[in-house]
Write a protein that binds this ligand. Structure first.
Ligand code: FES
Length: 260
């Protein structure tokens, strides 16, 4: 489908590569050899059948992985306190960006990671602005395996329910992606460096900082102004220039003033 879309826009040189395919870039037309002649037809001819077959082939492996989830001997509160407290102590920008308690509800136990007091404690049924409800065995597994990136190892699986009040908070997911001192130090350094960007540019009626507060895209290239709103086309984040506030996520203020 993608190659057809490319062709429709006048790009004729697209080639399909599957794992194991070999392309000869030196030859006319850059011919491609797949692992077997019928591979493309097998994968794309009847995709539903291919995926059903793939699922059946991996079923045993998946069942074994699922059976390995859980470690009931783990005391979640104790282990998370020991693990996360030193990280919270160093996470100045992240704690300021969240600045409140986050609930981790594992069914029969509630744990609070408090980014205001920088502690991990037992929940007492309090309402939190951010909540995650996750099966106990999944959290036990993340702890047992010392997964330092819960975004990849847990959240991308969609095996959780989340609630929040207000806007998406990128600091929260950044924290759960950086559950090691090395990662926390790196990301805190990154935030600190981003703050010191002092170059400004003119955009429409406004003078704004050159680097996007999100991931530093050059706003001279990616910034669009619509009235008092700046949109960074890199990821679509919006900023209210009159107040300097991000309209997409909490935190991430932008420096801006109207041209005189
Ligand atoms: S870098 Fe600007 S929106 Fe992501």
């Amino acid at each position: 489908v993608f190659l057809e879309a490319l062709t429709a826009t006048g790009h004729e040189g697209g080639r399909l590569l599957l794992p194991g395919s070999v392309i000869d870039l030196g030859e006319d037309g850059s011919p491609v050899r797949h692992r077997s002649d019928d591979e493309v037809e097998r994968v794309y001819g009847d995709k539903a059948a291919y995926l059903a077959d793939y699922k059946a082939r991996r079923a045993g492996e998946l069942a074994a992985a699922h059976a390995s989830w859980g470690a009931p001997e783990i005391n979640i509160l104790e282990r998370l306190t020991e693990w996360l407290t030193p990280l919270l102590a160093r996470a100045n920008h992240i704690c300021a960006g969240i600045d409140g308690p986050v609930l981790l509800d594992v069914g029969d136990e509630q744990i609070i990671v408090d980014f205001h007091t920088r502690e991990v404690r037992a929940g007492q049924g309090e309402k939190c602005r951010y909540e995650f409800h996750v099966e106990r065995r999944l959290i036990e597994t993340c702890i047992r395996d010392h997964e330092i990136d819960w975004v990849n190892s847990l959240f991308l699986s969609c095996r959780f329910v989340a609630h929040r009040v207000g806007r998406y908070n990128e600091y929260l997911y950044t924290f759960f992606k950086c559950l090691s001192l090395e990662r926390i130090n790196y990301v805190e350094g990154w935030y600190a460096e981003a703050e010191t960007s002092d170059e400004d540019i003119e955009l429409g009626d406004w003078i704004v900082q050159r680097r996007c507060p999100h991931l530093k895209a050059d706003l001279a290239e990616f910034g669009d102004i619509a009235g008092d709103v700046l949109v960074c086309r890199m990821h679509g984040w919006q900023f209210d220039l009159a107040t300097g506030q991000s309209m997409t996520a909490d935190g991430f203020p932008i420096r801006a003033c109207r041209r005189t």
